[in-house]
Ligand binder design. Structure first.
Ligand SMILES: Nc1nc2c(ncn2[C@@H]2O[C@H](COP(=O)(O)OP(=O)(O)OP(=O)(O)O)[C@@H](O)[C@H]2O)c(=O)[nH]1
Ligand SMILES: [Mg+2]
Length: 433
């Protein structure tokens, strides 16, 4: 199952993130683990090796951009290189006439109905049965079409139905053609598909491949492409095979475009294939890329020098709070951090606390912000009143500030934080991550 693969990948990443020090050795351990996981998931060895080499090259032979720690950057690169082997771009369906082709039982008929149902949102759709080899095929298509309430055409032989469909559905936006399957792509199937394509002149010839064939998808898509030509691929049964990633990467390796994936028998179990979303999902990264980009934007490197000295005032504290808030709402930030799940009420509480801290610091005089040591009981009273908080809350903030200051000295100042280390940023605000 895809979830099992996903769980293994997530664990490997969690392991790296949980390390106190992320160095070359730690990344190598991650790579070793990823290699085993991908090979076990049936991904082609050549593809796996290229993937590992590209990650290594980017992390150890090229310069790590400013604003990143090795910890963040290694996850970013693993993510990007996985996206590369899984297709990089999302593709559209182009045109009106869509022919589905593929071997026996790959899911053509079911997928034809799912696709018709999906395309209904964009225009008028018709389903056409071109499978008159399997006696039950026309009835299967008829039932599916009636279930989703779209127009359909069935007849008694594929060629005349193909011709008739062009006239009958000429005012439709989409015509989805279901064709017959075979055990293998033999001469008969190839010549039937070619003749049908000559009549229909399809805009799309989509090869339907079940995920369970894994890396064999490469030879299958190459063969179909050579003999009848394909414009894209639909991978079905993603829900019932751990080889989904393998099948997709095998197709991508041939240069084919995976356009849709199906992950169940239900009519709506189809979605446009988007490699970025797919990889984020299996790695459990949420929207990590966006988060890293945003964190980089708000944590400005030029502040680093001063802060490295441990010269961290309450003014810097408030600035950090503000940049943290700029990244986004708290629960969103947390959902984007791999391996981190905190109860919603704790997140909310921390968010409220930070808001209060901001008011408290804003109620201090510039001198108090620079030298919090001078804040005595009477000043605390005044600040609490001015910020609408309690004296206890003011005391808490000051004590938190001194703790952070001490912690930063021992961690070598704000260096780690300023390079975009989210974990440190969170620690600063009292999260145990
Ligand atoms: N779990 C799961 N089952 C699927 C999926 N797609 C299709 N199936 C099942 O796979 C079986 C074969 O599907 P069909 O759509 O009949 O396959 P086909 O390619 O038209 O088969 P032939 O016409 O005999 O070549 C059916 O039992 C479907 O319900 C999917 O995404 N997930
Ligand atoms: Mg069929």
């Amino acid at each position: 199952m895809l979830e099992a693969l996903s769980e293994k990948l997530k664990n490997a990443i969690r392991k790296l993130l949980g390390k106190s020090v992320v160095d070359e050795k730690a990344v190598e351990e991650l790579l070793k683990e990823l290699k085993i996981i991908l090979i076990e998931a049936d991904v082609d060895l050549g593809i796996v090796n290229n993937f590992i080499e590209s990650v290594r090259k980017k992390l150890f032979k090229e310069k790590i951009p400013a604003g990143f720690t090795l910890r963040d950057y290694s996850i970013k690169i693993v993510y990007e290189e996985l996206v590369k082997i899984l297709g990089e771009k999302a593709y559209e369906i182009n045109g009106k006439k869509i022919m589905l082709i593929g071997l026996f039982g790959s899911g053509k008929t079911t997928t034809a109905a799912k696709l018709a149902n999906y395309l209904r949102k964009f225009g008028k759709v018709a389903l056409v049965c071109l499978d008159y080899h399997r006696p039950a095929a026309p009835e299967q298509l008829k039932q599916l079409a009636e279930k989703i309430n779209v127009k359909y055409l069935i007849g008694s032989d594929a060629y005349s139905v193909a011709k008739e469909s062009l006239e009958k559905f000429k005012n439709f936006d989409f015509i989805v053609y279901d064709t017959a399957g075979r055990d293998a792509l033999d001469e008969n199937l190839a010549s039937e598909l070619k003749s049908l394509a000559e009549i229909i002149k399809p805009d799309e010839k989509l090869l339907v491949i079940p995920a369970e064939i894994g890396k064999v998808a490469k030879s299958q898509s190459e063969e179909f492409n050579k003999l009848v030509g394909i414009t894209g691929i639909i991978v079905t049964k993603m829900d019932s095979s751990a080889k989904a990633g393998s099948a997709i990467s095998a197709c991508v390796a041939t240069g084919a475009k995976v356009k849709f994936v199906c992950y169940g028998e239900k009519i709506d179990a189809i979605e446009k294939y988007d490699p970025k979303r797919f990889v984020s999902r299996i790695l459990g990264l949420g929207d990590l890329e966006t988060l890293i980009e945003k964190a980089k934007e708000v944590v400005k490197p030029e502040k680093t020098e001063k802060l490295i000295e441990g010269d961290f005032t309450l003014e810097d504290f408030i600035e950090q709070i503000e940049s943290f808030q700029k990244i986004g709402p708290f629960d969103k930030i947390f959902s984007m951090i791999p391996g981190l799940s905190l109860p919603k009420d704790i997140i909310k509480k921390q968010e409220d606390t930070m808001k209060k801290w901001k008011y408290i610091i804003q109620s201090m005089t510039p001198k108090e912000r620079k030298e919090p040591e001078i804040i005595d009981e009477s000043r605390i009273k005044r600040i609490a009143k001015g910020s609408g908080t309690s004296e206890e809350e003011v005391r808490n903030l000051i004590s938190q500030y001194f703790k952070v200051k001490k912690m930063m000295k021992s961690f070598g100042g704000m260096k780690g934080l300023s390079r975009g280390n989210l974990q440190n940023l969170l620690k600063q605000f009292g999260f145990r991550v």
